[in-house]
Design a protein around this ligand. Structure first.
Ligand code: A2P
Length: 315
């Protein structure tokens, strides 16, 4: 399996199983199936509310000799309600207990926004101003988890260039990873170039366009990525499926990619895309798809004057 080396020397498998939106009953089987097929990387998060089932799948795969813990890379994420520095370890330990693990390989700050303890959001009254809990204070508390051996590497998610700059300036530490929404409709070329220059690894979430998001998160008439004409035409030319093409494109760009599936056939299909080498024509065609669309955009969390003063969240 291709790996990406992080700035702390850790090698992360460039392909992993996404578990956002995976129902509890299905994700246990999905994780077991994936690890049997050869996946070595599982991406989880406290807020997905399925870490216990993810952990059960991992535990069973390890217990039955399918994979060793050392050969498996597990990522999880600190939820927004644990941003107060004194709550960070609690958030991490809840994840470790649910997953049944002593450590995670990579621990990310899920969003650069803080919620009141015990809240899931996204109600405006759950938001905590950045002036009260700056994300750099949260990140420093996450770094202490490394010292304690609870996490091997630390990073962030959903950080823009300006927020990464601020984090680096305030903590003096360059995060190992930034996990963001990345696909041909939201290629984030500038962010990718900045992360490359800084040695920050990038993970692409929603690489297939996350068509299984709850209806409440969808706009009417949103463009389904897997139905895009160019994606379908180029996939046919390459002799692979549209999903496989999107995965191969993400890996070709040097990003880590974490497609979600709970279907055994598609779990295997996605895995085989990781060894597909993209033709120049496919790369250029996908690079040049001229549609901009962000599928995950919780703009209601980023209220000017509450969480952020006079700046747009994605800037
Ligand atoms: P399923 O879990 O039933 O396979 P994303 O990773 O961008 O969040 O996208 C996840 C969505 O893409 C889910 O609806 C998932 O459905 C679907 N999906 C995953 N793999 C494939 C595939 N190979 N072909 C078509 N759809 C896929």
């Amino acid at each position: 399996m291709k790996t990406v080396t992080l700035n702390d020397g850790t090698a992360i498998p460039a392909f992993g199983l996404g578990t956002w939106k995976s129902p509890k009953d299905a994700v246990y089987e999905a994780v077991k199936t994936a690890l049997k097929v050869g996946y070595q990387h599982v991406d989880a998060a406290w807020i997905y509310q399925n870490e216990q089932e993810v952990g059960r799948g991992i535990g069973e795969a390890i217990g039955s000799g399918v994979i060793n813990r050392e050969d498996l890379f597990v990522t999880s994420k600190l939820w927004n309600s644990f941003h107060a520095p004194e709550d960070v370890e609690k958030g991490c330990k809840e994840t470790l207990t649910a997953l049944g693990l002593d450590y995670v390989d990579l621990y990310l700050m899920h969003w650069p926004v803080a919620f009141k303890p015990g809240t899931l959001g996204p109600k405006p009254e759950d938001l905590v101003p950045l002036s009260e809990i700056p994300f750099s204070a949260t990140y420093e508390a996450m770094l202490a988890l490394k010292e304690k051996g609870l996490v091997k590497s630390a990073g962030v998610s959903n950080f823009s260039v300006s927020k990464l700059k601020k984090l680096i300036e305030e903590t003096g530490v360059v995060p190992a990873m930034n996990q963001v929404e990345l696909h041909p409709y939201n290629p984030q070329n500038e962010l990718l170039a900045y992360c490359r220059a800084q040695g920050i690894g990038v993970t692409a979430y929603s690489p297939l366009g996350s068509g299984d998001r709850p209806e409440s998160m969808k706009l009417k008439d949103e463009p389904p990525l897997l139905e895009n004409e160019t994606v379908n035409a180029i996939a046919a030319e390459e002799g692979i499926s549209p999903a496989q093409l999107l995965i191969a494109w993400a890996m070709d760009r040097g990003t880590v990619v974490i497609p979600k599936s709970t279907n055994a056939g598609r779990i295997a299909e996605n895995f085989s895309a990781a060894s597909h080498s993209l033709s120049e024509r496919a790369r250029t065609s996908l690079d040049n798809i001229d549609i901009q669309y962000r599928y995950v955009s919780p703009d209601s969390w980023f209220i000017s004057g509450v969480t952020y003063e006079g700046e747009s969240f994605w800037d």
